[in-house]
Design a protein around this ligand. Structure first.
Ligand code: DGL
Length: 284
């Protein structure tokens, strides 16, 4: 492993691109490799064993690209596999749950914190544990966790229906009860959900802060690489106002249609995608 290597980032599909965008913004000198397992998405409705098996294959693929660190840009994979990955591999593995939980505890005034995520993430209770752990570290005893699985949000986000009537109706069904619980902070515990943030925010009301962990995760990546002496020296170069994804710096891979990845992924990134290749992920 050396500082010149790329950072490998993966998700079950396109949601992790919200994290990739932040990493690119905060670490403009790093080479990035993104894998989206679009052929097998969603992970969130699968069993923990299946998610673990898929995740190991995703990481095995990224390791063939000689990455210096892995970012699990998926809450579901973080929930089901981060402990195994950290045990099994000898390179930095950064997940998304802990940074999001810590940011929520910091942001909440009332201590009433909601988390929405896939069924696998919510059922795993990783957020509940991470939030109470973060509260303990912060010396707070007033924190209370409220979780809600919102499984239909992922297909709605992948379909590009970020602000449709159907999305609004679905969001009401999931969120009305959560709003009634009086939370003041809501963690978007799935990397697809930032795309639906406008609708979610509207339903929750202005008094509820939404936590999109992408930027705190990017900061965690930076801190970890620095600690390990793996930060690329050229990070001092500053991106222009536009965050771009040139092929010589960022390579994209998907286990499904390249054309669909390019089209929808570009919308997630708010930028064109230059290079995408298809991967037979079952071979890894
Ligand atoms: N983006 C993933 C997450 O953060 C989940 C999407 C899925 O269900 O595959 O949990």
């Amino acid at each position: 492993m050396n500082a010149e290597g790329a950072i490998g980032v993966f998700d079950s599909g396109l949601g992790g691109l919200t994290v990739l965008r932040e990493i690119r913004a905060q670490l403009p000198g790093e080479k990035l490799i993104y894998f989206g397992d679009n052929g097998r998405t969603p992970y969130g409705s699968k069993s923990p064993d299946t998610v673990l098996r898929y995740t190991l294959q995703d990481v095995n693929f990224l390791l063939t690209k000689n990455v210096k660190a892995i970012v699990i840009a998926c809450n579901t994979a973080s929930a089901c596999a981060s402990a195994t990955l950290r045990e099994k591999y000898d390179l930095p593995v950064i997940e998304v749950v802990e940074p999001g939980a810590a940011a929520a505890v910091k942001a909440s005034v009332s201590g009433r914190i909601g988390v929405i995520g896939t069924a696998a993430t919510i059922n795993s209770k990783v957020y509940e544990k991470a939030i109470y752990r973060a509260a303990e570290i912060a010396g707070r005893t007033d924190v209370r966790y409220f979780g809600k699985a919102c499984p239909l949000f992922v297909p709605l986000a992948e379909e590009g229906w970020w602000d449709s009537v159907i999305t609004r109706m679905t969001a009401h069904k999931y969120l009305d009860e959560l709003r009634g619980s009086g939370i003041d902070t809501l963690v978007l515990g799935c990397t697809h959900y930032p795309l639906l943030a406008e609708v979610i925010g509207e339903i929750m009301g202005g008094g509820v802060k939404l936590i999109n962990s992408a930027s705190v995760v990017a900061q965690a990546v930076k801190d970890r690489l620095k600690r390990e002496g793996l930060l690329n020296a050229s990070n001092s170069r500053v991106n222009g106002p536009e965050i771009d994804f040139p092929a010589e710096t960022v390579q994209f891979y998907t286990s499904d249609s390249v054309a669909k990845f390019r089209e929808l992924g570009g919308k997630f990134l708010k930028s064109g995608i230059e290079s995408v290749e298809k991967v037979d992920i079952e071979a890894f």
